[in-house]
Design a protein around this ligand. Structure first.
Ligand SMILES: Nc1nc2c(c(=O)[nH]1)N(C=O)[C@@H](CNc1ccc(C(=O)N[C@@H](CCC(=O)O)C(=O)O)cc1)CN2
Ligand SMILES: Nc1nc2c(ncn2[C@@H]2O[C@H](COP(=O)(O)OP(=O)(O)OP(=O)(O)O)[C@@H](O)[C@H]2O)c(=O)[nH]1
Ligand SMILES: [Mg+2]
Length: 477
């Protein structure tokens, strides 16, 4: 459904349930007159005359006759039904979030109050907003571009400092700026290629082969640089899956508890204590992480334990990082070697636990350890060097972003896919220059690249794409 924007929409902008304050937001051409029917300012002025972006104290309620705006004498009479004493603010078009007239009623945070206000607005002719419709209108009115609108949702959903920082960048338009610069370069090349096609018999070169290749190379490098940030961007945005594995009794559950700073998992001296995969969220160095504790891997006849070990295998497959736990107070045994072998191809850290005890482990005993394999020695019991592990986890998951925290990163699959297609078009454009193909091919590829990049900022878009993006929003945003 594509709601027209000549109507006036309303919604509760604050979360459902009880709260200190709740906000009813109204946007559209009739926002001011609709709200004017249900509020009575202390000064008895009409909302039509108040200053934009200023809060006014007001009584909210239903007048004797709410079918028409209160006239001056009615405005002075008491309201028939008073719902609340509130604050109202008018933000006049085009200087508002949506670019339309916006009115907000900040009332006490009771669900009955906000429901009554919305009901009243709907009876008077407003429509309840679809999810994300305020932001959709902001986009349609050019207040923000599509990737910035996505940034709004990212800001709301951010769970870690790092994802919030990236979301703010998106909202502020850092990615848009970079995309727009690329679009400008490519559009400049395209214009000259097209001029060459139009004036072919004039025999003037509008753009040299060298200029074309130079321009294309620069944009390809820029697009590829953005694409290269995806892996880390995704982890910063969504969090990483970190899976703790090891043979029984090495202290996997103890490590989970220590990282969570809570007694989440059962710890006993009996090997085979953990039977199922336990998953919990944690913040590690500002990074959102899903931590999984697993059943110790060994040969077992017990069907419950076997199933647990099977699930350990499944968790391993999804891991962004594996923590292989060894018991440093004992010599390594074949079960340790097996797990090390099984995780060799994975991004992993080796955690040597129980360093509060005399160490009988030595790195040399691990003959097959690859060069550069990180080993962290710690004690889950005393907490010694847990911080070292935290630092190493973050460094392994997002090595580059910890070094250079500036620069745009992409965090959304939609952006990655558009960039990949743009990159393909650019490579194909370059191939047609190098192969001296007819300029029409080059022009088509350049147009393709422009369209794919335009999808990111919403310069090129369809209702389908908009529906998909804005349906993820909550109502009232
Ligand atoms: N009460 C309230 N808080 C909110 C919002 C809101 O809509 N209402 N926001 C919404 O999600 C966010 C803030 N975003 C906003 C963006 C622009 C404008 C706005 O009126 N801009 C005008 C005027 C700016 C000015 O006078 O300084 C403009 O840019 O022209 C308001 C809110 C977060 N907090
Ligand atoms: N001294 C010492 N003991 C530890 C440490 N970490 C764990 N332990 C002990 O080792 C035993 C096993 O710990 P768990 O955390 O249950 O080990 P697990 O790897 O989860 O074992 P399973 O669930 O059976 O696979 C318990 O008695 C813990 O108290 C440590 O850092 N130092
Ligand atoms: Mg355990």
């Amino acid at each position: 459904m594509v709601p027209g924007s000549d109507d006036t929409i309303c919604a509760v902008a604050t979360p459902p349930g009880e709260g200190g304050v709740a906000i009813v937001r109204v946007s559209g051409p009739h926002a001011v007159s609709l709200v004017d029917r249900l509020v009575r300012l202390r000064s008895r002025r009409s909302l039509a005359t108040v200053r934009s972006h200023c809060l006014y104290r007001a009584e909210v309620g239903v007048g004797v006759d709410s079918s028409s705006p209160l006239n001056d004498s009615e405005r002075k009479a008491p309201l028939a039904i008073s719902l609340d004493l509130a604050l109202v603010v008018v933000m006049r078009a085009p200087h508002s979030y949506t670019g339309e007239d916006v009115v907000e009623v900040h009332c006490h945070g009771g669900r009955l109050i906000v429901n009554r206000i919305c009901e009243r607005l709907v009876v008077d002719g407003a429509r309840l907003a679809e999810p994300g419709e305020f932001t959709r209108r902001a986009f349609l009115n050019g207040r923000l571009d599509l990737s910035q609108a996505e940034g709004v949702l990212e800001v709301i959903q951010a769970r870690s400092d790092e994802s919030l920082r990236l979301a703010q960048e998106l909202l502020r338009g850092t990615l848009s700026g970079e995309i727009n610069a690329l679009v400008e370069t490519i559009a400049g090349l395209l214009a000259r290629v097209e001029a060459g096609i139009d004036f072919v018999e004039e025999d003037i070169a509008f753009v040299s082969e060298q200029e074309l290749i130079g321009g294309l190379d620069r944009t390809i490098v820029a697009v590829d640089r953005l694409l290269a940030t995806w892996e880390e961007g995704r982890i910063l945005r969504n969090g990483a899956k970190v899976v703790i594995v090891g043979r029984p009794n090495v202290g996997k559950s103890s490590l989970l508890n220590a990282l969570l700073r809570s007694d989440r998992a059962i710890v006993t001296a009996i090997p085979g204590t953990t039977r199922d995969v336990l998953e919990e969220s944690a913040l590690i160095e500002g990074l959102a992480v899903r931590l999984s504790d697993t059943a110790g891997v060994r040969k077992s006849e017990d069907p419950i334990e076997q199933e647990g070990i099977r699930r350990t295998g499944l968790a391993l497959e999804e891991a962004d990082l594996v923590l292989v736990v060894l018991d440093g107070s004992e010599e390594l045994i074949s079960e340790d070697e097996e797990i090390l072998c099984q995780t060799e191809q994975r991004r992993r850290l080796i955690v040597v636990n129980k360093c509060d005890r005399p160490m009988r482990w030595s790195r040399e005993s691990l003959s097959s350890l690859p060069e550069g394999q990180m080993v962290v020695t710690l004690s889950a019991r005393t907490g010694e060097n847990l911080d070292g592990l935290r630092r190493q986890v973050a460094r392994t998951l997002v090595p580059r972003s910890l070094e250079a925290r500036e620069g745009v990163m992409i965090t959304k699959l939609r952006h990655k896919q558009a960039l990949e297609r743009a990159s393909e078009s650019l490579h194909s454009a370059k191939a047609s220059v190098v192969g001296r193909l007819a300029p029409e091919f080059l022009a088509a590829d350049l147009r393709g690249a422009l369209d794919f990049l335009g999808e990111i900022t919403g310069r090129v878009t369809t209702d389908d794409i908009l529906d998909r993006i804005f349906s993820e929003f909550c109502i009232g945003k």
